[in-house]
Design a protein around this ligand. Structure first.
Ligand SMILES: NC(=O)c1ccc[n+]([C@@H]2O[C@H](COP(=O)([O-])OP(=O)(O)OC[C@H]3O[C@@H](n4cnc5c(N)ncnc54)[C@H](O)[C@@H]3O)[C@@H](O)[C@H]2O)c1
Length: 321
């Protein structure tokens, strides 16, 4: 059997593919390389069990061609769907981006899965589906949900499409609701942004918002462990599961300070105004991770630990130290 990983050449995909290969699986990655890169998967290719194909996962004809050309009929039994637009502001500026890359990828992958009789779907959803619900405790069954970005809206719509497909043909559907994930190969996100800005001007770092926005962060190594554990230890037909650290998160100010101390010690940090970094950005976010903790999972790193490790890793990636 083989696993199709859509968006597998991106940041999370790279670690996921390596984790699946380590378990002995055969993998086929489809990625349009908008953010991901073939070179991220060089290590994995040495296993002889990984194929990486360039293609658009929103386009059913491309998906069919990939399957026809690269795998024996009936071989793909499950799909891990990580393809999406990961640039939230870009999706707010042009709603078609999230429609295409975040939603239509889900739509077309489900069409393909039905055609080839692949019945297990593992989906990278996001805490962005919750929107800004204030101080409510966000367990997986809270609702109604009111996302505040097109990205969050298209993730929530994707979840809905997957649960409908479970009624029709899927045997297993897991909706992983990711927090902010950090690590390498970084393709986007606040750390990459700060480090790139500091490379241009090592004397100061300008930060959007007043620095009080607070969120939790998870290192990608902990995320992959959590995903593989859920897959192996639960067999509920359809489930959503929040993944995240147990702490209350850290502020943008702390992140800026950590980054400056590693990349450009002594640089000044200049804050903007207001708690919102950009439209569609949730300033304070915390959700319940009781469900995944009940499976016996605990992250090795808390938010600060994850940020500290990732700052060093990304600074090395960017040749900034
Ligand atoms: N990193 C995070 O903090 C975070 C948080 C919540 C959810 N997620 C979700 O996890 C998944 C992986 O995110 P990531 O951080 O690795 O981002 P990423 O941008 O590095 O990975 C997404 C991959 O999908 C590919 N892609 C985009 N559109 C495609 C298309 N139409 N066809 C084929 N490939 C396409 C990109 O080239 C990229 O390799 C995404 O679905 C993202 O929405 C990530």
């Amino acid at each position: 059997v083989a696993i199709l990983v859509a968006g597998g050449a991106g940041f999370v995909g790279t670690s996921l593919v390596n984790g699946l290969l380590a378990r002995g699986n055969s993998i086929i990655v489809i990625d349009n390389f908008a953010r991901g890169a073939d070179s991220n998967l060089e290590d994995g290719k040495r296993s002889g069990r990984l194929q990486v194909v360039e293609g658009d996962a929103a386009d059913l004809a491309s998906l069919r061609a990939v399957v026809r050309q690269h795998v024996e009929p009936g071989k793909i039994t499950e799909v891990w769907h990580l393809a999406a637009n990961s640039d939230i502001p870009a999706g707010i500026a042009d709603a078609r981006i999230d429609l295409q890359d975040t939603f239509m990828t889900t739509f077309s992958l489900l069409e393909l899965m039905q055609e080839i009789d692949a019945r297990r779907m593992f989906f990278a959803s996001s805490s962005a589906i919750y929107g800004d619900l204030g101080r409510r405790i966000l367990t997986e069954d809270v609702g109604p949900l009111f996302p505040i970005s097109n990205y969050g809206a298209m993730k929530l719509a994707s979840e809905a499409l997957i649960t409908a497909a479970a009624e029709k043909f899927l045997e297993r559907a897991v909706l992983f609701r990711f927090p902010n994930v950090v690590g390498v190969p970084a393709t986007h996100g606040v750390l990459l942004d700060f480090i790139r800005r500091l490379k241009v001007d090592r004397t100061r770092l300008k930060v959007l918002g007043d620095g009080t926005q607070q969120k939790s962060y998870l290192h990608v190594s902990d995320l992959i462990e959590a995903m593989l554990l859920v897959e192996a230890s639960s067999s509920v037909k359809v489930e959503a599961i929040n993944i995240g650290p147990t702490d209350q998160g850290i502020t943008v100010r702390q992140i800026a300070e950590e980054t400056v101390s590693v990349v450009a010690p002594g640089a000044s940090i200049e804050f903007g105004q207001g708690t919102k970094g950009w439209v569609g950005h949730v300033p304070r976010f915390e959700y319940s991770t009781a469900k995944i903790q009940n499976l016996g999972w605990k992250p090795a790193l808390d938010s600060l630990g994850a940020i500290r490790l990732a700052v060093r890793q990304i600074a090395e990636q960017e040749n900034a130290i």
